[in-house]
Design a protein around this ligand. Structure first.
Ligand SMILES: [Zn+2]
Length: 436
């Protein structure tokens, strides 16, 4: 592919590249030029287009880069993009939107993830926008419209259409400008360090290896599994994960979730029994896979309960459910006041972990401790209570420890009073909800 419009070579930091001035990088030489140019930049923006419908690992179809000098569309089918790893490993800041999957794709394609990351979606959560799409963020912060892309477009086709190329370029066009605006807003709010810390966590998390023994957690019905069913599900899902990786096929191509859960409920011991499992085609699996699978089932049945990897939230969740419900209500209010996405403040898993194993976990570290950890600790200790203020606002306040007495009901002794009260019950019965 040679159709490329030369990029403007301006170095003005305020200059925003034009969506029509992208260059196509489809040879080792042009990639080399691009890498050299980017290595001199303090920041660059990246997006990737990939497919993973028919593979286990994402298949990169296009890498888009924007920097102060222009936009490049790198074609990974035409050139080995491993040399781009030098850019990622450099000191420059990489700006991405919703980077999670892109990081996985980059790691696979270049053997590296950026050294420093700024995720515009994550950062937007700290100014009160809840996981905005790129187009809504561009609309909101820059009052510009992104070209509408076709969600089902085939990025593996060649040549890419003009519309595809413009759309792909548009995905990186505004990222550096958004980074600048978001950084200013966050700095003014004193929250820049918080956002940077979260981006660093996202970056670290992207490099954590997949643990096959935890693959069963993602089953839709994982919570309904009990006892040895969990052990069988763990072993079979781990086998499925490893086989899918080896074949580079989606896990569902190896074994459907439905078949996996059926196996966990009624573990087959023989090939004949396995063939009775709904949604499972033993012939398609082949003899080797069938005996591996039967082995995984047998091992699962023999697995001691202590060897089952349990999802962190599921352990004793019931005990803390009322506390989590109360905390969730307060958290929503806190998020509104602070104008921070409540999912960034704390997830349900964070709250459950918090009430289960105080004072460990995410809520008691760093900036979260001041914003939510400490107030929740006081709530959990019984030193603070939640109340409704006029207009329905939830407030956390010092606890009075004076029991609420409905009008006409005998006063209950408060926990701090040693002896039972001798006060006569009032003869008049009043509706329980009548307030003084
Ligand atoms: Zn994109």
């Amino acid at each position: 592919m040679t159709s490329a419009t030369p990029a403007r070579a301006q170095r003005d930091p305020a200059h925003v590249p034009d969506v029509d001035t992208y260059r196509i990088v489809d040879s080792a030489e042009t990639l080399d030029d691009l890498v050299g140019e980017l290595l001199a930049e303090p920041a660059y923006a990246i997006d990737t287009e990939f497919h993973r419908e028919r593979t286990y690992f994402p298949r990169l179809a296009l890498l888009q880069v924007a920097w102060s000098g222009g936009i490049a569309l790198v074609d990974p089918f035409a050139v080995d993009i491993a040399p781009f790893g030098r850019v990622l490993q450099g000191d420059a800041l990489a700006v991405l939107h919703a980077a999670d999957q892109d990081l996985e794709v980059l790691d696979r394609a270049c053997g590296a993830v950026p050294t420093r990351l700024f995720d515009t979606q994550l950062a937007a959560g700290f100014i009160g926008l809840s996981t905005p799409s790129l187009s809504s963020l561009v609309d909101r912060m820059l009052s510009r419209r992104l070209e509408k892309g076709d969600q089902l477009t085939d990025w593996t086709r060649r040549p890419l259409t003009e519309a595809q190329r413009r759309y792909a370029a548009g995905d990186v066009l505004y990222l550096l400008e958004l980074h600048g605006l978001l950084t200013d807003r966050l700095a003014a709010l004193g929250r820049l360090a918080w956002a940077e810390e979260e981006c660093a966590i996202l970056l670290r998390r992207s490099r954590l290896p997949v643990v096959p023994e935890e693959a069963w957690w993602r089953l839709k019905h994982a919570r309904q599994l009990h006892g040895r069913e969990r052990a069988v599900a763990q072993n079979v899902a781990a086998w499925r994960e490893r086989r899918a990786q080896m074949l580079d096929q989606p896990t569902r191509f190896v074994l459907s979730d439905l078949a996996l859960v059926s196996i966990a409920h009624r573990p087959p011991a023989t090939r004949a029994e396995l063939e009775q499992v709904r949604n499972l085609d033993a012939r398609q699996l082949g003899n080797v896979a069938v005996s591996e699978l039967l082995g995984a089932i047998a091992d699962g049945l023999a697995l001691p309960a202590s060897a089952v990897h349990m999802p962190p939230v599921q352990r004793g969740e019931g005990v803390v459910r009322p506390a989590v419900a109360l905390a969730t209500a307060w958290l929503g209010e806190r998020a509104r006041q602070l104008e921070i996405d409540s999912a960034i403040l704390a997830t349900r898993a964070d709250l459950t972990a918090f009430f289960q194993e105080r004072p460990k976990g995410r809520l008691v570290s760093s900036w979260r401790n001041d914003l939510v950890g400490e107030p929740l600790r006081r709530l959990a200790a019984g030193d603070a209570s939640l109340a409704l203020e006029g207009g329905g606002t939830l407030v956390l306040e010092e606890r009075s420890r004076r029991p609420y007495v409905a009008h006409g009901e005998p006063p209950q002794p408060s926990p701090s009073e040693a002896e039972p009260s001798t006060t006569e019950p009032s003869p008049r019965r009043a509706p329980a909800l009548e307030l003084d």
